[in-house]
Design a protein around this ligand. Structure first.
Ligand code: NAD
Length: 299
């Protein structure tokens, strides 16, 4: 356990907040969690287990310990209770700047003065949220991937006033929960590896959205090329297609480059509530997606 951080609070227990809370609990931190939707923590855990089965991927800790970790996370029905005595607070609410700023402001008002405030945003620099707090020097981006499926790396980036001490404390905490910090030295949209992954998303969504190729062929190629058990479209289904759409819009709103705009076909899927694994249908249909069948790679 990292020395100065004892208690972790997670705000927003959707796909990622749930995983972050469990990861910290597995490494013996006291963890409390809050979400406006009281059923989310349990529901997401079931989805995660289904995904582990489909993808053949598992957490870096033995499954038994992960289950024990999930039992240790204390879900609170009041934000104030979740934040009590917290040393670090991870915000993982939807990718909407106005909402994140509002939540950051509330966390700042309720969390102990010394606590670090971190956002799990997939695209927004914390510099866009820090001014909603009275402690910009203690604000961070900590972008987790998917620790429940073994992707134990975390992009870490400061805002305009973040102190070196805060960055170091964040990195030490990330290491202490079995994850690898990927440090961004200068603010950039997309952070470290997530910007690389975003380039893959943009290109593959464009090729599918404009009708050049079937998404399954892109996934087949990716799986053969990398040896992974899913391709970009399978991974996007796991992330949540609403979340993917919102992230792509952040890039578009920043650049206003039409090439950055997600395809209309993606918007149509999201409007049909086909959000991927969490709703049972996205590019693929769950719990038995084509990419996990033995003959998928034969084409
Ligand atoms: P999600 O939609 O699965 O979960 C968001 C949760 O936030 C929901 O349970 C919702 O009820 C809750 N919420 C909404 N408003 C709230 C509020 N005011 N207070 C507390 N809880 C509130 O989203 P997600 O996929 O977990 O993404 C959350 C954040 O993590 C986003 O910023 C996203 O970009 C980022 N992220 C997602 C992934 C991924 O693979 N899904 C990966 C890395 C980062």
């Amino acid at each position: 356990m990292e020395e100065k951080i004892r208690k972790v609070a997670v705000v927003g227990t959707g796909t990622l907040g749930t995983q972050i809370g469990i990861q910290a609990a597995c490494f013996d931190y006291e963890v409390s969690a809050y979400d406006t939707d009281e059923g989310s923590f349990n529901r997401v855990q079931q989805n995660l287990k289904a995904f582990m089965k489909i993808s053949g991927r598992e957490p870096i800790v033995p499954m038994e310990d992960w289950e024990k970790g999930s039992d240790k996370v204390k879900f609170c029905t009041e934000l104030e209770e979740a934040l009590r005595d917290a040393d670090i607070v991870i915000e993982a609410v939807p990718e909407d700047l106005e909402l994140k700023r509002k939540v950051f402001g509330r966390i700042d008002a309720l969390a102990p003065r010394g606590a670090i405030l971190a956002t799990n945003s997939s695209s927004m620099p914390v510099s866009k949220m820090e001014s909603a707090t009275a402690r910009p020097e203690q604000c961070l981006n900590t972008h987790f991937y998917s620790p429940a499926t073994g992707l134990n790396m975390v992009d870490i980036m400061g805002g305009t006033k973040t102190t070196a001490e805060t960055i170091e404390a964040g990195k030490a905490w990330i290491r202490s929960i079995g994850c690898v910090p990927l440090t961004v030295k200068k603010e950039i949209l997309g952070f470290c590896f997530n910007r690389v992954w975003r380039a893959i998303k943009r290109e593959t969504l464009y090729m599918w959205g404009e009708g050049f190729v079937d998404f399954r062929d892109i996934d087949r190629a990716w799986m053969i090329f990398t040896g992974m058990t899913q391709g970009p479209f399978g991974i996007m289904d796991n992330v949540g297609l609403d979340v993917v759409y919102d992230i792509e819009m952040v890039y578009y709103n920043e650049s206003r480059d039409p090439k950055d705009h997600p395809p209309e076909a993606l918007k149509a899927i999201v409007e049909r509530e086909e959000l991927g694994l969490k709703t049972g249908k996205g590019f693929y249909t769950y719990p038995d997606p084509e990419f996990s069948r033995p003959d998928f790679l034969k084409g």
